[in-house]
Ligand binder design. Structure first.
Ligand code: HPA
Ligand code: MG
Length: 183
């Protein structure tokens, strides 16, 4: 599997340091919460980010899960975000933090932000590990960003291509011949 990667963009240690810094920022932001926050996590790409992040958070928290498909099968292009399933605690009046692996075309986050807002939480903020700044729509606000990256399709640390490579401990790019040609 490691042989399929042509370039490591963000190393394991760089991710660890940045996730720790993000957790510190979140701890400060939510220092005043008494009833805790709800982390709405977008599956499956965000599971590793979530697991590493929450073990560094000092406040009370609950987890909600939401599954969105937008890159089905062997593709590096969004085919439109579809809400596949949701398992969420009651969000009404609560402090909600949406967690996603990557802000790319923005379709997934827009769908999830709309869905969460419909449940009438007190406050909604969003944290993403990665942001492709050139692609991300200007009118889609995210409050916390781990890394800004270029437009290349990346895998690892939760992110997949065709369901694979989520378990790589770093963020990298695959060898070009592994991406199937798309018309
Ligand atoms: N890699 C993996 N999944 C993605 C990406 C990416 O670059 N962009 C949107 N979903
Ligand atoms: Mg994916």
């Amino acid at each position: 599997m490691q042989d399929d990667v042509s370039k490591v963009i963000i190393s394991e240690t760089a991710i660890r340091d940045r996730v720790a810094a993000l957790a510190d920022e979140l701890a400060r932001r939510y220092a005043d919460t008494s009833d805790g926050i709800i982390l709405v996590t977008i599956l499956a790409g965000s599971v590793i980010f979530l697991a590493d992040l929450i073990r560094r958070l000092p406040m009370k928290m609950r987890i909600g899960l939401i599954t969105v498909t937008s890159y089905p099968g062997a593709t590096t292009r969004s085919h439109g975000a579809i809400l596949a399933s949701a398992s969420l605690p009651d969000l009404r009046g609560r402090d909600v933090l949406i967690i996603d692996d990557i802000l790319d075309s923005g379709g997934t986050l827009r769908l999830v932000q709309d869905q969460v807002r419909r449940a009438e939480p007190r406050r909604v903020t969003t944290a993403v590990l990665l942001r492709k700044k050139a692609n991300a729509p200007a009118n889609l606000p995210v409050d916390f960003v781990g890394f800004d990256i270029e437009g290349e399709f990346v895998v690892g640390y939760g992110l997949d291509y065709n369901g694979l490579y989520r378990n790589l401990p770093y963020i990298g790019v695959l060898k070009p011949d592994l991406y199937e040609a798309e018309s």
